[in-house]
Write a protein of this length. Structure first.
Length: 445
């Protein structure tokens, strides 16, 4: 257990990540969904109406920092508990002091990092003090609080989910560290912007990792005591391997996703897996890759094997459940399936053709017989007249015309002879032949 003054001066020789720890919400990076103007957490802090809460998110996203900022904003005592070294006796000692402070009108925020490591008895020891308002408990966890925190305690805490920082957030944080006197503002550091993006992407949403990497790179760059030139070779050594990273908004980003897409389209599973690995190992957002695979499943496989879409969507869901690195195998599953599946772009071609007609014929009226007629006036105008309810007819099909007269002979969807779509093609041709025969019979009457 550690009691921390709100006004401790961090040593200029301490780790960069600690020296650059923001002290106000304006300097805080990320979590706009919680801290933008009007958001519930921001309002709680601004009004000094902070309640007990749990911060849930991956390492390095600012859980501890946010708790410290809250303590500053609310002018509260701030006490840090270690879930590893603090026992029930230490908890009760601090709780008694907090109750005494409360009697004097002073608030106490108790911050428990990795609160999921506390056992049930330790968690239960906080419960009466949280209920009485003796303390404001802020717990931080990388684990799902629904499974790791006692229901009784959890029900008295508001859970806020903190997201991994974006590459842009971390890139801005690194630039700030180079200019801020707490960081390397008193140094002359030469480092290309692309290399800052390499570090930001390598950190994969973790600000602490990014700042530690930048510090290591600057301290090992070429130069003297206050000068440092950081090269790509230095960065690669700091991240313990050749850099496969890239600017996620730059050309290489689009080159790699193009390589993945075109390898799958060409049924080259080995190449597709390689380009997938290049992107993931470079720190690419797995959900971005998953979205592109979902698109590919209908654009390039389509009706040739509709299971591709099911597998792609399942892979996307797996990515949301697990994240990296666990979800890499699910993306590989989807990539290999889509690569080896029969290919058809008939669905994309169908939509593009129909979209062109739709744009050029926006005023084409819907045929009266397939319009709804919810009012008497609409019925009198002929809405829904002669409509044929397919389920009332043999084979659940009719020869009713559903396209406008000007487009009645258009064929947008033209199935290929690949995979399952070959059977779809045969079935569609049978339907069209039957409808044509029925229409001829109607004309001959």
């Amino acid at each position: 257990m550690e009691q921390t003054s709100l006004f401790d001066d961090r040593s200029s020789t301490g780790p960069l990540a600690d020296r650059m720890r923001p002290e106000t919400l304006d300097d805080y990076a990320g979590q706009k969904h919680l801290l933008s103007e009007g958001k519930i957490l921001r309002r709680m802090i601004d009004r000094d109406e902070v309640q007990s809460m749990i911060f849930w998110g991956p390492p390095g996203v600012g859980k501890t920092t946010l708790a410290r900022i809250i303590a500053r904003c609310t002018r509260s005592h701030f006490i840090v508990f270690s879930a590893v070294t603090s026992g029930i006796r230490e908890i009760k000692d601090v709780m008694n002091k907090a109750e005494a402070a409360r009697a004097m009108g002073e608030k106490t925020i108790v911050f428990v990092d990795e609160i999921h490591r506390f056992n049930k008895a330790q968690q239960d020891a906080f419960l009466p003090y949280v209920e009485r308002g003796s303390i404001i408990l802020i717990g931080a966890t990388t684990e799902n609080p629904s499974f790791e925190i006692n229901n009784a305690l959890l029900s008295r805490c508001k859970v806020f989910t903190l997201d991994p920082l974006s590459s842009e957030d971390i890139h801005d944080l690194l630039k700030r560290a180079l200019k801020d006197p707490r960081g390397f503002g008193n140094w002359e550091v030469e480092i290309e912007d692309d290399l800052l993006y390499l570090i930001a992407n390598y950190a994969n949403g973790d600000a602490r990792t990014a700042l530690n990497t930048l510090e290591l790179a600057v301290m090992n760059g070429q130069g003297d005591a206050v000068h440092s030139t950081v090269t790509k070779d230095v960065i690669e050594q700091c991240i313990a391997g050749k850099s496969l990273l890239y600017d996620k908004k730059g050309e290489e980003h689009y080159n790699l996703i193009s390589a993945l897409h075109k390898s799958m389209r060409n049924s080259d599973a080995d190449a597709a897996v390689y380009w997938l690995a290049r992107m993931l190992e470079a720190g690419e957002d797995p959900l971005y890759v998953a979205r592109r695979i979902v698109r590919f499943a209908s654009e390039d496989v389509g009706m040739a094997d509709s299971r591709a879409l099911q597998i792609a969507v399942a892979a996307y869901q797996a990515c949301t459940f697990l994240g990296m690195p666990e979800c890499n195998v699910h993306l590989t599953h989807a990539v290999v399936f889509c690569s080896l599946a029969p290919k058809s772009n008939s669905l994309e071609a169908a939509y593009n053709s129909a979209a062109e007609d739709a744009r050029n014929m926006l005023d084409e009226p819907v045929p009266l017989l397939i319009r709804n007629a919810p009012t008497r006036l609409m019925k009198d105008l002929g809405y829904g007249k002669d409509y044929m309810y397919a389920h009332d007819y043999e084979g659940h099909i009719t020869a009713m015309q559903c396209l406008p007269d000007s487009l009645k002979d258009r064929k947008y969807y033209n199935p290929s002879d690949q995979g399952v779509e070959k059977r779809v093609k045969e079935h569609k041709e049978q339907i069209e032949a039957w409808k044509e025969e029925q229409r001829k019979k109607e004309k001959s009457k």
